[in-house]
Design a binder for this molecule. Sequence first.
Ligand SMILES: Cc1cc2nc3c(=O)[nH]c(=O)nc-3n(C[C@H](O)[C@H](O)[C@H](O)COP(=O)(O)OP(=O)(O)OC[C@H]3O[C@@H](n4cnc5c(N)ncnc54)[C@H](O)[C@@H]3O)c2cc1C
Length: 412
Amino acid sequence: MSATHSASHSFDLIIVGAGLAGAALACVVAQANKELRIAMVEAQTLPAEPPSLAQAVQGFDPRVSALTLASQQLLQGIGVWPAIISQRAEAYSHMQVWDAEGTGSVSFEAAEVNQPCLGYIVENRITLSALLNTLKGLANVQCFNPAKVAALESEPQQRCLRLEDGQRLSAPLMVAADGANSLLRQQAGFAVREWDYQHRAIVATVQTELPHQHTAWQRFLPQGPLAFLPLAAAAEADSHFCSIVWSAVPEYAQQLMALDDQTFAQQLAAAFEHKLGAVQALSQRYSFPLQQRHAVDYIQPGLALVGDAAHSIHPLAGQGINLGFSDVAVLAEEILRASQRGLALADYSILQRYQRRRKADNLSMMLAMDGFKRLFAETNIALRWLRNTGMNSFNRSPAIKRKIMRSAMGLN
Ligand SMILES: Cc1cc2nc3c(=O)[nH]c(=O)nc-3n(C[C@H](O)[C@H](O)[C@H](O)COP(=O)(O)OP(=O)(O)OC[C@H]3O[C@@H](n4cnc5c(N)ncnc54)[C@H](O)[C@@H]3O)c2cc1C
């Protein structure tokens, strides 16, 4: 899958961005139709080797995703799921959510929806490496890497890209999977609704004194939610690891980032009410700004947005890439349907079906997350009381809980 350096190349489909969404889309389409010639363009140098997986806080990728069963099914269909599981993934069967400002709490159990688990916590680099490894074996995918897009150009019936090294790629259909700050989205002039959550997320890996009990934990603090996500440890190891995502208002996040490791670990354990005892070791910390962004349209003639290029969302419910994988599944289905029926891949009705099937779903999840974020930031005492009472009533309503759980797991 290496690129030759002639000036101009034409393809049936160009995918920009070999992150989780772009790489998954390339795999699904290329596997299902070997006649389609696909270009994959990625700016960052892709790792040649699978990641090394040490059992220590620095040995884990600080970026992890809680993959739903729907995402697992997509990855299973591509054939990468066994590779992911054989590397490192933690099935979690419980989720515990509670309010720091009261007595409200909600617990979710996989057994309530007759499933073996609620989902899997997987390091992003493991999922990505499994996808890239599969791509290497697909002769109809040509990878331009490292290759950064310089400009998007249009011709009648074609979308064209100019890469920074001067190469020019064209295809009737192009997919922007180039992430939250998508250059393609900006250059094509897609309108976007965005607002700053006024939160930064601090992520790190921690070793805890007590086992995580295969539970995804989330405590809503006045400054923002704090999640402890369980990580898999070797069977013989007596160490317990979690990935943390601590979202907080920017000034507080800045103070937390400035603390030395020992003080941060103490404050982290205290903010988590020492549910897993002391934080015994801590990896490097990273901090990301959080913004909600949603493209008003996902499509233009010959161009579609997927994953974070179309929508980015607060990580508090771990839905970002799950929505992205659902986009991938639907767009791939529509592209493959077009090719089976002898329609042009960029036939606008195909793209419209993709947009119709995905936009409402993504929007409702984004609105729900925004509502949660606002509800838990509420300081008004009456609203706090209502929130806690509401959480407890919700926890005692199995039918409603089951419905919400099935929807969050992508089972509907
Ligand atoms: C703290 C945090 C925690 C999260 N936790 C979860 C979770 O538990 N569950 C979940 O589902 N989601 C989670 N998310 C969201 C999830 O990480 C994202 O939704 C997901 O990574 C987006 O994948 P993507 O492939 O769409 O974009 P990206 O991963 O951003 O990939 C885009 C790719 O495009 C490439 N690119 C960009 N510009 C160019 C260019 N000009 N030319 C060529 N290539 C380019 C980039 O190098 C990159 O490889 C979390 C996010 C954050 C910030």
